[in-house]
Write a protein that binds this ligand. Sequence first.
Ligand SMILES: [Zn+2]
Length: 265
Amino acid sequence: MMIQDYFNSDPLAPYYNLNGLTDVVLTCDIDWAPEYAIADVLELVESYGYKISFFATHKSELLLEQSESFEVGIHPDFTRQKSNYSFEDKIVRLLEIYPDSLGTRSHRNFFGQNISDMAKAAGLKYEASVFLWNESFCKTHIDYNSMVRFSYMWEDGIHLDTNTPREVSTINLNTPGMKILNIHPILIYLNAETDDQRREVTKRYSDLTKAPYNELKQFVNKGYGIKSFYTEILDYLKSQNVQTHLLKDLAGIKLSEIKLQQNVA
Ligand SMILES: [Zn+2]
């Protein structure tokens, strides 16, 4: 059997790069980044003609705009021990800002069956909190709630934290599998060399969303940093004629599997 044969019944098989690298998903957790840092990411990705799925922690005017090149899922933070809001409240409040959201990814990947049930009840169709660092073969599945579950395999801050050489070849892009690559606007904006550099800057602000442009600008690394590396990744994808997709679109394709199974039954 050929590897393709194992995925005959999976409508996402064309996105699993079974015949070499053809398809990638770019995502971005905005993590309370100020507006200009989010704009910086969007401008970079759009300059390649690529699409990106944002996951939002807060209200961004830019992300309220309608665009073919991005979608907005929610990025609730369930990690704070002291909070005035229940888990449900956190989901509902973000969905009030972004009523068109179809997906969620939890901040710091904090996700469990209780949150899955709440996300389902709130009408969300997909979930992307599982992080499988540099896993060579990620796939997608439909869970017991009929939610589509995506795993992502690369992230900017983890690449720095693990001291992985900043070479595109260190990322498992040329194996089969779903390739979901995640970034954070503040890290990209600062073009940081280490995630600690980013932490040094962000700890100055109790509300990072309001960090003044003229202040933050001074901390932008002019040497080779994570934005330089991310740009090299995008250059590589472009050189290989790779297509990008929004997670909501892939989730829609995956959900057609349920209908197919129902028709067979
Ligand atoms: Zn986050």
